[in-house]
Design a protein around this ligand. Sequence first.
Ligand code: NAD
Length: 373
Amino acid sequence: MNSRRDFLQKLAVSAAAMPFMPLISAASRRSILSATYEGQVLRVAIMGLGSYGTRVAEAMQSCKRAKLVGVISGTPAKITAWQAKYNIPEKNCYNYENFDRIKDNPDIDAVYVITPNALHHDQVIRVAKAGKHVICEKPMAVNAREGQEMVDACRHNKVKLLVGYRMHFEPKTLEVIRMRKNGEFGKVLFFQGQCGFRIGDPTQWRLNRQLAGGGAMMDIGIYAINGSRYMVGEDPIWVTAQETKTDKVKFKEGVDETIQFQLGFPSGAVASCLSTYNMNNLDRFFLNGEKGFAEMQPSTGYGPIKGRTHKGELTQPHMTHQTVQMDEMAGIILEGKQPIVPVDGEEGVKDLKIIDAIYAACKTGRKQELKLA
Ligand code: NAD
């Protein structure tokens, strides 16, 4: 992941090339897919039709078990455009004022919340009260207390809550996890996670504490936190952290620019991580054990993920992350399927507890004990 701008550039190029690539249309592909899958399909409404919501909607066109059937947006023109593009009926369209009425809509099973971070808490709780399953983007909230309230609300209303951790379904990542579980790295000793990009437009919500809940840590550093847990295979028991800020105008009070942090795990393994909004070319995981290593770069971008271990190149095929994620999440929600790495609300709260502790460590300069269980 170089920068979001790079992403957008590449996206524009590949999107421009797309009409010439497939020999069959998206509609035919959809009908072929649905013709080959006869199980129950998860009917999803997307809330927040921004850049990531758009990416998820596109990816869902190739899903077998999940289907985009509704939208929730504050912008009527976007709703009209999505209705036309994805054949969404008027009765499945809502805005931020009236979406509680979704509870009376039997044609929607789940809502995928893809709005700015600080809005997730209230929106997820409203969806839960409407009796619909919820998929919520990362970070699931802006602190662990809010995250726990979301978990409790979903439990109380008997709906499932999943967090959009797309890497938990990525084939090369899963191969490294398989190797680690199989003892192929020996005892894990060290993890390094470097995640960042140079952020552009100073007026965007990602640099507004009220909407983002923080800075780079909430947005991109969370990949190093979450990655350290699935790569090492344990939950950390302590964290230390140090913050540096080179631009106090762009990165205001409460909006972190660069944070380095260190995690300690029960086995004695340690992690050293970097989260930043001020450096490009940072998307790298390194795992070291007594018998071998895994190195991934890029490690959490939209892919293809690249990596090698002491045994050679990782060769698992690239699949569009959001397509695989949504098909797998349909299995989790509809059939109770267990993912290899959890994606439930409790998993999201663990990352938020670490983020809370990282901010506390930066402020106090003191090591923070972690109790994630
Ligand atoms: P975006 O700015 O492109 O889209 C946000 C959407 O929310 C917009 O459509 C906007 O109109 C809407 N919105 C509703 N209320 C708003 C308000 N009060 N202020 C501003 N916008 C409001 O952002 P995005 O990149 O799509 O990110 C949305 C969420 O998705 C974030 O939580 C982000 O962390 C997450 N995300 C996840 C991934 C991933 O790979 N899993 C990638 C990108 C973004």
